[in-house]
Ligand binder design. Structure first.
Ligand SMILES: [Zn+2]
Length: 446
């Protein structure tokens, strides 16, 4: 490694994992076991500080508070947040400059972006504290599941090598993250042997990936009949379906610990390694469950507690969960936490298929599971009741596979759905490198 690059990596690591990170990690290791009362006090104090800052320094909130005739004293608790309107992505984009703090210092901030699949890409600024806080929350999740800094690889949709590159290496060792980052874009049938050889040589214990990428990698290990065991796999960025989880876990003979977050950084949900429940990280933000028509289904709404450059209060994530209760549990979970748990996390709201009956089908990742010779499948809809499955195959895709895919789709969507299957050479990733399971081009969904 060259000198200046080494310094750059060290600085980057220090920036993200320096004293501020350590400070937050120490606090978070305590707050994760807070009782409901302690948690309430912690959240209220952080909220009061944030609201006061918004009132003093953020033009958008200054106007809003004035219009609503509110002062910071009117918002003392999470329940008081109801006095403020919900904030959506469109409003953020329209008021972008007004949402940035007047005390903003550019040099230590970083930009997060969201996918433009709804036709509206988003930009969100995070400050030094916000970034370190975020890293500490995620690191707590990894550490609890046994990652103490083991050898690891990642397949997270980042651009690692140029798209046009046709020969290995399709990976790069990132000293700042201490991991071998592998390109998600080059993991094809032809290149899969190179990936497997590299993994066998590197001998990682941990895999970080999006579920779709981990799924593809597992398929190639099985296809080439190569046996490999990780200690743990950490997934994030996409919905993790039960069948996909079991497939990856069985191929790599280890548990998966899933994580949910978003570029806006308003809600974090982690799967605990002891109880294996999805717990809302209540010390990260204030999370509201916004009811929707379907029973026990809610949209996640979050209020940041630690990003002062561009704070989002009551931000609508457009992500949905199923939960049996909106309330903080009266007793601690077996993992020791009082954080609320959710039964299931659904994908983004644009990720729906609409059936002829008008049902919204959000979960499709399990449909191709068990159909041989399919590497990836994407559901593409332009008209109600019609769907095309774009499939990337291993070259041995048969009419029997095709028929099974159609039957599975009918079974999991609607028997009246018109289904066609189209073999493709490539399924392009969406913005941010995310695999998009469903592309819906119907006007009504945007
Ligand atoms: Zn638990």
């Amino acid at each position: 490694m060259k000198g200046p690059f080494k310094v750059q990596c060290w600085l980057k690591r220090f920036y993200r994992r320096g004293p501020r990170f350590q400070k937050y990690l120490k606090i978070l290791k305590r707050t994760q076991f807070y009782t409901p009362t302690e948690l309430q006090i912690y959240q209220d104090q952080a909220l009061q500080k944030m609201v006061y800052h918004c009132y003093r320094n953020i033009p958008y909130y200054q106007d809003l508070f004035r219009a609503l005739k509110l002062s910071p004293n009117d918002i003392q608790t999470g329940a008081d947040l109801q006095k403020l309107p919900l904030l959506d992505k469109k409003t953020v984009q329209e008021n972008y400059d007004k949402l940035i703090s007047k005390k903003h210092h550019n040099f230590l901030c970083s930009m997060g972006t969201t996918s433009g699949s709804t036709g509206m890409p988003g930009r969100f600024i995070r400050d030094y504290d916000g970034i370190n806080f975020e890293h500490a929350v995620v690191w707590r999740h990894w550490q609890k599941a046994g990652d103490s800094g083991k050898r690891r690889i990642s397949l997270r949709g980042e651009i690692i090598v140029p798209a046009a590159q046709t020969h290995p290496p399709f990976w790069n060792y990132n000293s700042a993250n201490l991991e071998l980052q592998m390109s998600s874009y080059h993991l094809s049938r032809d290149n899969s042997v190179h990936y497997i050889d590299k993994i066998l040589e590197f001998q990682p214990k941990i895999l970080y990936c999006g579920p779709s990428m981990g799924h593809v990698l597992a398929k190639f290990f099985k296809y080439h009949q190569v046996d490999y065991q990780f200690d743990a796999i950490f997934t994030s960025s996409e919905s993790l379906e039960t069948d996909v989880r079991s497939y990856i876990e069985s191929v790599f003979q280890c548990p998966i610990y899933d994580w949910y977050g978003q570029a806006e950084r308003v809600v974090a949900i982690g799967e605990n390694s002891i109880c294996r429940r999805y717990h809302i990280q209540e010390d990260y933000s204030i999370v509201e469950f916004l009811p929707v028509a379907e029973q026990n289904c809610y949209e996640l709404v979050g209020t940041q507690l630690c990003n002062y450059v561009m704070p989002l209060l009551r931000y609508r994530t457009c992500d949905y969960i199923y939960s049996n209760s909106q309330n903080t549990p009266a007793t601690a979970c077996e993992c020791g936490s009082y954080f609320r748990s959710v039964e299931r996390i659904l994908g983004r709201s644009y990720g729906y298929l609409l059936t002829p009956e008008g049902y919204h089908i959000a979960i499709t990742a399990h449909i191709p599971v068990g159909v041989d010779n399919v590497i990836e499948a994407q559901f593409y809809q332009e008209k109600i009741g019609e769907v095309t499955l774009k499939v990337l195959t291993n070259g041995r895709f048969t009419d029997v596979d095709r028929e099974r895919l159609v039957l599975n789709t009918l079974k999991h969507t609607s028997p009246f759905m018109k289904v066609s299957v189209q073999e493709v050479d490539d399924i392009p990733r969406g913005p941010n490198g995310k695999f998009i399971n469903i592309i819906n081009k119907m006007e009504s969904l945007n």
